[in-house]
Each structure stands twice: as C-alpha cells, then as structure tokens.
Write a protein that binds this ligand. Structure first.
Ligand SMILES: Nc1ncnc2c1ncn2[C@@H]1O[C@H](COP(=O)(O)OP(=O)(O)O)[C@@H](O)[C@H]1O
Ligand SMILES: [Mg+2]
Length: 366
C-alpha cells in the first residue's frame, strides 16, 4: 500500500460500520413495531422505503448483529419472484427445493419445528418481489393467523411498496407499518465521511475543505453511498498517482467516474416492462431534449410488441414514470400551450447520455 490508504475495507459500500450516524430514530421504530412484538410471539410487518444510500441495508445488517436472542434471516430479494423462496430460506438454507415446491403450510411447519427463538425476517430490495407475488406477500404477513407461525417482518425498498399495490390488496393485507428513511443532509454526510476517513486513511491526507466538498456534492442525492464512493475513488486515484494528499481535482475526477455507475444501480430497481419504457424514452430523446407523454406511449407500443409484452397499459405507464421520477432517472415538467389550451407534461432525462443508457438497457434486456 502507498501513502494514502491504511485500511481499504471501510471504503467499500458493503462495509457495515460498528456505529451508524443519525439512524437511532429509525432503529427505535423498528424495535417498537417489529422486534418487541416478535419477542412476545406477535406478528407484525414494516415497510422501509428511502432513496439509495440512505442506510436501509446498513441499518438492517447492524440490527441483525445486535439481535442475538432472535433468529434473524436477512435476504436480498433481487431476482426472486416468489415469497415461497424467501420463506424456505428462513432456515438459512437448510430447506431443500422440495419444500419450496410444497405449500406455505409445510414450509412454515418445518420452520417452526426447527427454530426456537423468535423470528425476524428482513427482505431487502423487495419491490419487484412485492409486485410479482402479491398473494405470497399475503401468506407471509398473515402467517400467524393462517399457519401459526409468528414473525416480525421488515421489507425494504427504494420506492414505497404500498404505492404499487391495489387498494383492495392493501385492505386484504391488513395492518402494516411504514417508515421512510430520509436523505442525509450535508452535515450528516460530513460526519459519515469523517468516520470513514479515520478508519481507512492515514492521518492528514485529506483536508476538511475537500471533505466538505464531497459532502456538498453528495448532498444533492442525500446518499451516503455516493459520498463514500467519491471518497474511495479519489483516494485510489491519489494513491495510484503516488500523491500524498487527496486534492479537489481527484474528487472531481471521482465524481465524473461514479455517475454512470449510479445510473446502473438505479436500473437494477426497474422491472422488465419499466426498462422497456425507459428504452422507449431514450430512443425518443435522441433528437429532442424533451418529449410528450403521447410520443413516449407511441414509442413504447412499438417496443412492447417487439418484446412480446402485450399492449401498453396507460396506468402502468404513468406509474412507471412516477417510479423513475422518484429514482431520479427522469424528470418531468409542465408546459403551457398558450391561452386556454391547457398544459402538457414534458419528459426529459437527468444528466445521463441517452445513447449510453440505451445500450445498457439492451444489455440487461438481453
Ligand atoms: N448512518 C450511517 N452511518 C454510517 N454509514 C452509513 C450510514 N448510512 C449509510 N452508510 C453507509 O453508506 C453506504 C450505503 O448505505 P446502504 O445501507 O447500503 O444504503 P441503502 O441500502 O439505503 O441503499 C454503506 O457503505 C453504509 O455503510
Ligand atoms: Mg440497500
């Protein structure tokens, strides 16, 4: 190692710090709504939502470490289409596929036979799973009444999962709790960065001013992930150049490096239909800075047919646009059309080259 980085691990986004900043309120909430009820054998469910980098995963992993009196199953739901898969993995991989093929009743029977401690199930990045298997979600939330398996369930996603359920479905599910993880402020990001600097870098290699710069740049997204990645990339660059300090020029290069990556991690939050809608947007934006909803719908029709996805459902189109707006991939604004002609909605893309994005989407869609 050179003169900049002492310990590289704390600069990785998978690093779970021994102590989290400004998440006590959220942890207390999870304790009250899920953990304590589970201790007295009562089921409850909480949905966490919050932008990328607001500490959802870190909080869950941190919680898992502290809950030694519980059986905690942490699962990432990306690529999982069925809650049965989640249920059969509560036993930490001790169940074979055969059980997954059986009903919830047999899965839960085995689970309760084998686990003595109260169960906390954490399902991270749950949105596509919740959308693709609403009945499974019902089985899980109601497992107490239906199968006498009581557990505390925490489901996390960027977007509010309830927004993607029909209201009849929400009524059927009964009671669940929700908590939003807010974006981090400049000051909070600065504190998180300072802590990572102390853990990973040699003393004196980065000035307060440069650290404030990183915090300020990341404050627009409120993402600790972004802040830490800028720190990591600029540290690596300074190290590589044989420098003894991380100056603001390294930070600038790091920022330009992570932008396409951020977009990529956001794309992973979209399902196939949404990806096709985004693809349509990219294609329509090639020669225009913004387009109308009607133009997008026309283009989406063509692509839906090409990908054998049936017809474009307008309410789905609107929801997809909203979703991509919350992810900060696209933005919309209203434009007046002259006196009495009303307003129309125009869509555009946030600081991403549409050509690059289009190629990326082709790649994912296969
Ligand atoms: N409150 C915090 N204190 C310290 N580090 C944090 C905090 N919140 C997030 N981080 C760090 O920021 C990065 C991204 O956080 P993560 O929990 O993965 O975000 P999310 O799951 O919401 O996208 C991780 O490296 C995590 O350790
Ligand atoms: Mg996460």
């Amino acid at each position: 190692m050179g003169r900049i980085i002492k310990v590289p691990d704390p600069l990785e986004s998978s690093f779970v710090p021994p102590q989290l900043f400004n998440r006590n309120e959220q942890i207390d909430y999870l304790m009250e709504t899920v953990v304590l009820p589970a201790k007295s054998n009562m089921s409850s469910t909480v949905f966490i939502n919050g932008q990328s980098g607001t500490g959802k995963t870190a909080t869950l992993k941190q919680l898992k470490i502290t809950l030694t009196d519980f059986h905690v199953s942490y699962q990432n739901a990306i690529g999982i289409m069925n809650f049965k898969t989640i249920a059969s993995r509560i036993l930490n991989g001790n169940l074979t596929q055969n059980y997954e093929r059986g009903g919830y009743e047999s899965i839960f029977r085995i689970v309760s036979r084998n686990i003595e401690k109260p169960i906390i199930l954490m399902v991270d990045e749950c949105l596509n799973l919740v959308k693709s298997d609403p009945d499974g979600l019902y089985q899980m939330i109601r497992a107490g009444e239906l199968y006498n398996l009581h557990m505390g369930m925490i489901l996390a996603s960027v977007d509010n999962a309830a927004l993607h359920m029909a209201s009849a479905e929400i009524r059927r599910l009964g009671l669940f709790h929700e908590i939003r993880f807010p974006k981090y402020s400049m000051e909070e990001l600065y504190a998180i960065l300072q802590d990572r600097v102390a853990r990973s870098l040699f003393p004196g290699v980065i000035s307060d001013q440069v650290l404030i710069d990183i915090a300020q740049t990341s404050a627009s997204s409120g993402s600790a992930r972004m802040a830490i990645e800028i720190l990591q990339k600029s540290a690596f660059m300074a190290e590589y150049k044989g420098d003894r300090i991380i100056n603001v020029e390294y930070v600038r290069s790091a920022v330009s490096l992570i932008n396409p990556y951020i977009t990529e991690s956001k794309l992973m939050e979209l399902d196939r239909k949404e990806l096709v809608i985004l693809l349509s947007l990219c294609q329509s934006l090639e020669d225009n800075s913004s387009i109308t909803l009607e133009t997008l719908e026309e283009q989406a029709k063509v692509n839906f047919e090409n990908y054998g996805m049936g017809i474009v459902d307008q309410s789905f189109l609107y929801r997809a646009i909203r979703h991509m707006e919350t992810l900060d991939i696209i933005s919309s604004h209203k434009q007046g059309q002259g006196k009495g002609a009303g307003v129309r909605k125009l869509l555009s893309m946030n600081d991403t080259p549409v050509g690059t994005l289009r190629e990326k989407i082709y790649e994912i869609l296969g």
